[in-house]
Design a protein around this ligand. Structure first.
Ligand code: NIG
Ligand code: FE
Length: 400
């Protein structure tokens, strides 16, 4: 078993609360991380670092756990640049373009879809992301949802069945029949490749009754629950998610006090944070020119918050977690520390993972070294390629 020492880390974000500087980021100065067999074996002061077979010198720069992007739609074909341009000229975003991508995705070969997933996962990795959740949802037939998830599962262990993204055109006048298809044969074909089930619970997509039916059968098939909720307007999604014990409710742009209280009251079994995480996706508000969710209100109420890209060809075609961190700080009143936590440990919570988003012995050796002295620079220097090197499962990836 060979060992690797990442040495001379000027500022290390561990996300082990109460250690280092005592903050939630568990910041340590002048540190080193020993990696063995793809996992963190030791974290401590650089001057006490054990010997190792190989060494990476971080040059006094900052390092942090790899970003955990807990919400992305990567299995699709085509793009919707013209729709984006129309929005920037004043058209509203309604989610109606999803059907355009469904048509292109159904017509694409497996290899075309696979190449897009690979390209986007690589793009994300070069921006510091070491875990990325991938949803289906642009196939919307039994065969196309199953193949979307099969392809997603080749690239990530975090795969989500989103057959209930929209009602496809051929079922437009019989949505109940489509929900029956999703709950029956589509779920059966998709479940072997999926860890999670998701529903777009929104006016124009699926209402609370449909969402409950789909999520409940998904749960019975062994899938964890997450959902798109309260993105385009107020609605029942967030409270439904909490009621069903969802790991995460995503978007949370239009919340009332009852939604915030429901989230805040969903205490995690270990008492740390909330059982249901609010995952905020500021790339979507950026790309649809919409008001941002109020992260401050959620954080002040004690809700655990994650940040993710929502990477998809319609509402948020970015794979950049640093961009989302910068938006969250500038536009959503999160502190830089809160945003970095939300993009790493928060994403891990949203996926109910304890082995990622954190750097402590036993965790996966997913680590991002910055071209910057501090995590603050991620928001302070927006749009700048600050990712120097990424370790995934202890393996150094290509430098950007
Ligand atoms: O999360 N809201 C639903 N789904 C995506 C958008 C998908 C699309 O526009 O293609 C989202 O924003
Ligand atoms: Fe989404």
């Amino acid at each position: 078993m060979s060992s690797l020492l990442v040495d001379n880390i000027g500022e290390l974000v561990t996300n082990v609360a109460g250690t280092g500087d005592g903050s939630p980021l568990g910041l340590r100065r002048d540190s080193a991380v020993l990696v063995e067999d793809g996992h963190v074996a030791w974290v401590g002061p650089a001057r006490y670092a054990p010997a190792a077979d190989r060494r990476i010198d971080a040059g006094g720069a900052a390092a942090l756990p790899g970003f955990v992007d807990s919400h992305a739609h990567l299995v699709f074909a085509g793009d919707r640049a013209a729709e984006f341009a129309a929005r920037m000229a004043g058209q509203p975003y309604t989610g109606g373009g999803i059907r355009t991508t469904v048509g292109a995705t159904r017509a694409a070969s497996d290899d075309t879809l696979r190449a897009t997933v690979r390209r986007l996962v690589g793009e994300a990795m070069r921006q510091g992301t070491t875990t990325i959740e991938i949803k289906s949802g642009y196939g919307l037939t039994v065969a196309d949802e199953a193949r979307s998830l099969r392809i997603a599962a080749e690239a990530s262990e975090e795969t989500t069945f989103l057959g209930a993204h929209v009602v496809p055109a051929e079922y437009a006048d019989r949505p109940d029949d489509y929900v029956g298809l999703v709950c029956g044969p589509m779920l059966a074909a998709a479940a072997p490749y999926a860890r999670w089930v998701d529903v777009f619970c929104e006016r124009g997509a699926f209402d609370a009754d449909h969402a409950r039916a789909i999520l409940t059968v998904g749960q019975a098939a062994g899938l964890g629950v997450r959902l798109h909720a309260n993105q385009l307007g107020p609605g029942p999604g967030v409270r439904l998610g909490v009621e069903l014990g969802a790991a995460s409710v995503d978007h949370c742009t239009h919340l009332d006090d009852a939604d915030v209280s429901a989230l805040a009251d969903s205490t995690a079994p270990d008492g740390s944070g909330t059982a249901t995480v609010a995952t905020l996706l500021p790339g979507a508000e950026f790309s649809t020119r919409s008001p941002y969710p109020d992260a401050r209100r959620l954080l002040d109420a004690g809700v655990t918050v994650a940040l993710a890209t929502d990477c998809n060809p319609g509402s948020s075609y970015t794979s950049s977690m640093p961009f989302c961190v910068a938006l969250a700080v500038r536009e959503m009143r999160m502190t830089p520390a809160e945003a970095v936590w939300a993009a790493t440990a928060g994403g891990a919570r949203a996926l109910r993972r304890t082995d990622i988003g954190v750097l402590r012995p036993g965790a996966r050796a997913d680590l991002t070294i910055l071209d910057a002295p501090s995590h603050l620079h991620l928001a302070y220097r927006p749009g700048v390629p600050l990712i120097h090197q990424v370790l995934h499962n202890g393996v150094p990836q290509c430098r950007s």
